[in-house]
Design a binder for this molecule. Structure first.
Ligand code: UTP
Length: 289
């Protein structure tokens, strides 16, 4: 048996350069979709998938994330005095949700390195969630992957079919089918950000992984690329030499909120799903034509 996934790692130490100047003094994980910061969508997904420990990898300038998941004593007593119980419950829900711990990545040396700094804390299978990929799915995306993990008994990467011209923004997998599991594939190769003509498929790795602790040895043996970063995809490629890896197509809607257009689409999508906002907001959009 491979064990149960109880921990989700959220790498959040990147510089967010695609979203400057907004991300100069605030983390991109704290950008707001309607009324919740992006990272909270991922944390809620993890909780709804059965995870009970959250480990956030942070760096310089990321204090707002820690404050968000901490008790806001003054705010709570203010809301209590004013009898604003709905708002009070809403902010308490965040801190009561789950146990959140933090680990620092001294320098942003890539996603692979961000995962590597969690080595001392992850002794069992664990999830990695990239908070800027917000996925609306039922069952939640991570739950879909945990179910696959229990069946295949090995690491599972979330993938999505993307247009051919977009493959160079992603890690891309070459796969073969797994009998009787239509959305699951066995990975035969992985390539980080291939040119369109070199891509082995249009199945792109998106921001969810279920990993096993042997990823750490693979990452330690992975050299930095020419930008000085340790790529998780390259670590996974090395891991593939020692064990099977699987890809799972998620049944849901994904938004990449780490780029401006993706973020705007996500705001509109989630606003239109809100019963209190949908009608007037749609009227407003219709007026715009
Ligand atoms: P991205 O590729 O989106 O990079 O990282 P980024 O720095 O956050 O943003 P851009 O591309 O400059 O706009 C994917 C995920 O890995 C984390 C990021 O926070 C994001 O969740 N990451 C990346 C780290 O935690 N550390 C790193 O050194 C790099």
């Amino acid at each position: 048996m491979v064990g149960v996934v109880r921990t989700a790692v959220f790498p959040a130490a990147g510089l967010g350069t695609r979203f400057l100047p907004a991300t100069k003094a605030q983390p991109k994980e704290m950008l707001v979709l309607v009324d919740k910061p992006v990272i909270q969508y991922g944390v809620e997904e993890a909780v709804a998938s059965g995870v009970d420990n959250i480990l956030i990898v942070t760096g310089r300038g990321k204090n707002a994330i820690e404050d968000h998941f901490d008790v806001a004593f003054e705010l709570e007593s203010f809301l209590e005095q004013r009898g604003k119980t709905a708002q009070l419950e809403e902010i308490r829900k965040i801190t009561e949700l789950i146990h959140v711990a933090y680990v620092r990545q001294g320098e942003p040396r890539g996603l692979g390195h961000a995962v590597l700094v969690t080595k001392e804390y992850c002794h069992d299978p664990f999830a990695v969630i990239l908070g800027d990929d917000v996925i609306d799915a039922e069952p939640p995306a991570l739950k879909q992957m945990i179910d696959v993990f229990q069946r295949v008994q090995g690491p599972v990467l979330a993938v999505e079919r993307v247009p051919a011209q977009d493959v160079s923004s992603y890690g891309v997998v070459a796969v073969e089918p797994v009998p009787e599991m239509p959305r699951v594939h066995r990975i035969v190769d992985l390539v980080e950000k291939p040119a369109q003509r070199d891509a082995p498929s249009n199945l792109a790795i998106i921001g969810r992984y279920i990993l096993t602790p042997d990823i750490f040895a693979a990452l330690e043996a992975t050299t930095s690329d020419r930008t000085g970063e340790i790529q998780l995809t390259n670590g996974l490629r090395r891991l593939l030499e020692t064990r099977p890896l699987y890809a799972c197509e998620i049944d849901g809607v994904r938004h990449d909120t780490g780029n401006k257009l993706g973020f705007l689409k996500a705001v509109v999508y989630f606003a239109l799903k809100r019963p209190d906002l949908a009608k007037p907001f749609r009227e407003y959009l219709d007026q715009l034509g």
